[in-house]
Design a protein around this ligand. Structure first.
Ligand SMILES: C[S@@+](CC[C@H](N)C(=O)[O-])C[C@H]1O[C@@H](n2cnc3c(N)ncnc32)[C@H](O)[C@@H]1O
Length: 189
């Protein structure tokens, strides 16, 4: 089932809210990163820049056929053979990826979902020892130009708490100006 309030504005507007390469660098995705899972790839805003940086594969999951198609088309157009799109409901079916198969899981603009710990536990399952999750979300501020309604918008402290409950530690917070915050946590063994 599609998570609540996960609709997107037009691509051009959405992509004006971020500097993806800067955000990925801040959140620790670099050329040492091997394989990545992205939960809810949307337009592929972060998928393409990540695919260009990492040395392995990025699994870009989304429930919307249009989002999967657009991400696929962008990867083909840019000659990125390491993008593998997956049409899938990761809330009811999980990611379908094997245990301990990726180094990094991207949870970008997604943690306002109904059951955050279900997703965080799935991310933990597929991460290798020492693997990391990167969380991005809209600042907890009603003045942001988009973002989930305030009653379901998570605060950074809340995301950290959920992640700790699911076996993550060593949180690092980042201000991703102008509208987002970022958090990186490591899988605890
Ligand atoms: C707000 S968008 C964020 C997209 C991308 N992470 C970004 O930040 O640019 C959330 C995405 O998650 C997808 N999504 C929502 N519920 C899902 C589910 N249960 N399984 C897989 N994808 C889902 C939506 O289709 C949408 O593309």
């Amino acid at each position: 089932m599609k998570i609540r309030e996960s609709g997107m504005p037009e691509r051009e507007m959405w992509e004006n809210f971020f500097d993806p390469r800067k955000i990925l660098a801040t959140l620790g995705i670099d050329k040492q990163t091997t394989d990545v899972a992205e939960f809810g790839c949307g337009y592929g805003t972060f998928t393409m820049p990540a695919a260009k940086i990492i040395k392995g594969k990025i699994y870009a999951l989304d429930i919307e056929p249009d989002m999967v198609r657009l991400t696929n088309e962008a990867a083909k157009k840019q000659g990125l053979a390491n993008v593998q799109t997956v049409l899938r409901d990761f809330m009811t079916e999980g990611s379908g990826l094997p245990d301990e198969s990726v180094d990094y899981a991207m949870l970008f603009n997604i943690l306002h979902l109904e059951k955050p710990t279900v997703l965080l536990s799935e991310a933990r399952r597929i991460l290798r020892a020492g693997g990391k999750i990167g969380i991005i979300h809209w600042n907890y501020d009603p003045a942001t130009p988009r973002g989930p309604s305030m009653d379901i918008r998570p605060k950074p402290e809340q995301c950290i708490q959920w992640a700790k409950e699911c076996g993550f530690a060593h949180s690092q917070r980042h201000d991703l100006k102008p509208y987002h915050y970022g958090i990186v946590l490591r899988k605890e063994n």
